[in-house]
Every structure is written in C-alpha cells, then in structure tokens.
Design a protein around this ligand. Structure first.
Ligand code: NAD
Ligand code: SER
Length: 317
C-alpha cells in the first residue's frame, strides 16, 4: 500500500483530503502534518499518524519521508491570494519555500508530488471565457506569480529529474469542514454560513463577477484521481484546468434563497478582492483533464447548495 505525507492537513483542503486518503490507503499509511498541529481536526488526530512539520524547512520534510518510507507527498502549503497580497514576501517564502523543498525531497527519495495550482495562475490578459489549458499566464498577484513559478518548476523537475509531479488548477473551493484560508473566492463559503446562521450577508465582490468554483468532494476526488492516473496518458502535468461550475454573487444568492427565502445579501465592496477576481477567468476549459485522466465533477450549484445547507445546519446546530 502507498504511504502518503500530507503537508497542511489543517487547512480547508487538508482537513478533508487527509480523511479521504486514509479511507483509500489506510489510516496508518497517511501521515498528517501541519505547521500548527492544533489546526488538525479531532478525527485526523485520532485516526492516524500526526506530526508537526514546517514545510519551509526541507530537513523536516525529509526526516518524515525517510522515516515513514513515503511514496507520495500532497503539498497543500500556501498563503492564499488576498492574504498574500497584504504580505507578498510571506506569500512567496511560504508558497515557493514549501514547493522547492518538496521537489528536492521528492527527487532524493523518489516520491511523487501533488501541489495544487489555481485559477490565480491566470491574469488580466488571459482569455476570460473558456480559458484554454495552454494559454497566456501573466498574473498580477504574488499568489499567481508563485503558482506560475510552481507550475514551471514542477514541470522542470519532471523533465529534468523524472520526479512524478502532477497538479490541478483548482477554482474557488466550497466546503463546510474547515473555513477557507484568506482567498478571493472565500465569499462563496461565507455566504452559506450567513444563510444558515440567519445573518445578512455582506458580499465583497460586485454583481456580475463570474468565477469558477467547485465543491470539496469533487476537489478531493480530482486530487486523488490525478495521482492515480496512468502516466502514459498524461500529455500535461503541471497543471490541469479543473472546474465544476461558475457563477456570480447574484446566482449563488438566488440559489440559496430557493431554500431560505428570507435570506438577505447586500454588497460591501472589497477593492483588493475585486481587483483580483476581475483578473481571473470567468470560466475555464477543463477538457484536457477530462480526456487525459477522466476528471468528472458531480456537483453543480443546485446540488452543492442542498448539501452545504444540510451539512452546515447540522454543524452549527
Ligand atoms: P489553507 O490556507 O486553508 O491551508 C493551508 C495550511 O497550511 C494551513 O493549515 C496552515 O497552517 C498550513 N501551513 C502554513 N504554513 C505552513 C508551513 N510553513 N508548513 C506547514 N504548514 C503550513 O489552504 P487550502 O485552501 O487548504 O489550500 C491548499 C492548497 O490549494 C494551496 O496551494 C492553495 O493555493 C491551493 N488552492 C486552494 C483553493 C481554495 O479555494 N481553497 C483554490 C485553488 C488552489
Ligand atoms: N480560493 C483561492 C483564492 O481565492 C483560489 O486559488 O485564493
């Protein structure tokens, strides 16, 4: 059975991906780590090995990989777009530091490596509608700069050293287990919390701001599926466009109101988030992921909304 290391298990993706990986590969074969272990859920702490690891310290990653005979690393360590824009050097140091360490450790110990890229890898002169798999990538955020550099470095390590690097460009991810970590797309999670709590929602993005999104179960499925894909079928590696839906604030608000008719949303403009969102695609073409490794999301806006409202109602009861 494969042995897996997850870096950043306490984050929005890690808190659910770690659990799913343990279901697939066995609890004892998936080592959960984070800089701040207090962020790990009680379930993750109870079900399998958990360790503290600062991904900006290569020797800490290497020691775990060596001791646990790790075959694959899921590197989920980054500072998300809006937070990184407030402290660009931190965004660069954490995002690139974790990645280069993972690449070097993977090279030395022959581990496979998954590191998510993002819609943030695109910029204002990228085609906004039907954004192609291979296109102009000139992002204007430090987050985007780290994502493009990360894609290039990951492809370089594959071609130059044979490191099995694979990646997807995630859109905004919507989930109910852990809160999002300071991104531009967080509003699409926060709106559900407000609806379930019976609060008025202040939307930071303007009406008409289209962005790609995906429900967490589809994101988790994509992360595992790409790492299990037949390498002979991969024309691309770092990174694949993947998306499940795209909407603007009015559309998600209208969908929630079908279930909560008294829910109210007002606009409270956030210039930083708006500027970032305006530079990202309206919707991406993810046909390469569908063709090369069978990406097929299950949730659209309507199906996700039913599940989010159900799960959050139970969580916040
Ligand atoms: P997150 O901010 O929720 O979680 C990141 C985790 O990394 C946190 O638990 C944090 O404690 C940990 N961490 C921070 N610095 C660390 C360090 N030096 N060493 C070890 N751990 C450290 O992020 P996320 O939303 O789970 O995102 C994971 C990856 O997916 C990132 O690369 C992100 O860019 C990418 N991504 C996320 C989304 C999204 O909507 N969540 C969309 C596109 C791409
Ligand atoms: N959700 C992420 C962000 O907004 C997209 O990469 O930063």
């Amino acid at each position: 059975m494969k042995k897996i290391l997850v870096l950043g298990s306490g984050g929005q993706i890690g808190s659910e991906l770690t659990v799913k990986l343990r279901e697939v590969y066995g609890n004892s074969n998936v080592v959960a780590t984070d800089l701040d272990v207090s962020r790990l859920t009680a379930q993750i702490k109870e079900d399998g090995p958990c360790l503290s690891c600062d991904a900006t310290k290569a020797e800490q990653i290497a020691a775990i990989v060596k001791e646990h005979k790790i075959d694959a690393i899921y590197n989920l360590v980054a500072i998300l777009s809006a937070t990184a824009e407030k402290n660009p050097m931190l965004g660069w140091d954490v995002g690139m530091g974790a990645l280069i360490n993972c690449l070097e450790v993977s090279r030395e110990y022959k581990a496979a490596l998954f590191t998510p890229s993002s819609i943030g890898a695109f910029g204002p002169n990228t085609p906004l509608n039907g954004t192609p798999q291979d296109t102009i990538q000139r992002p204007q955020t430090i987050y985007g700069v780290t994502k493009v550099a990360g894609e290039l470095l990951s492809d370089y390590y594959f071609k130059r050293f044979g490191v099995d690097t694979r990646s997807v460009r995630f859109p905004g991810l919507i989930s109910y287990v852990a809160l999002p970590g300071g991104g531009t797309t967080d509003y699409a999670v926060d709106i559900y919390y407000a609806a379930v709590k019976g609060e008025k929602f202040e939307c930071p993005l303007a009406k008409g701001t289209l962005l790609d999104m995906m429900y967490m179960p589809d994101a988790i499925d994509a992360a595992i599926k790409i790492m299990e894909a037949d390498p002979a079928k991969l024309i691309h590696r770092n990174s694949f466009n993947v998306t499940a839906m795209h909407f603007d604030p009015e559309e998600i608000y209208a969908e929630i109101r079908k279930h909560k008719p008294s829910f109210e949303m007002v606009y409270k403009h956030d210039p930083l988030k708006q500027q970032i969102a305006d530079s990202w695609p309206n919707w991406m073409d993810d046909s390469a992921a569908r063709q090369e490794w069978g990406f097929k999301p299950e949730y659209d806006l309507a199906k996700m909304t039913v599940d989010m409202l159900d799960k959050l109602s139970l969580k916040l009861k």
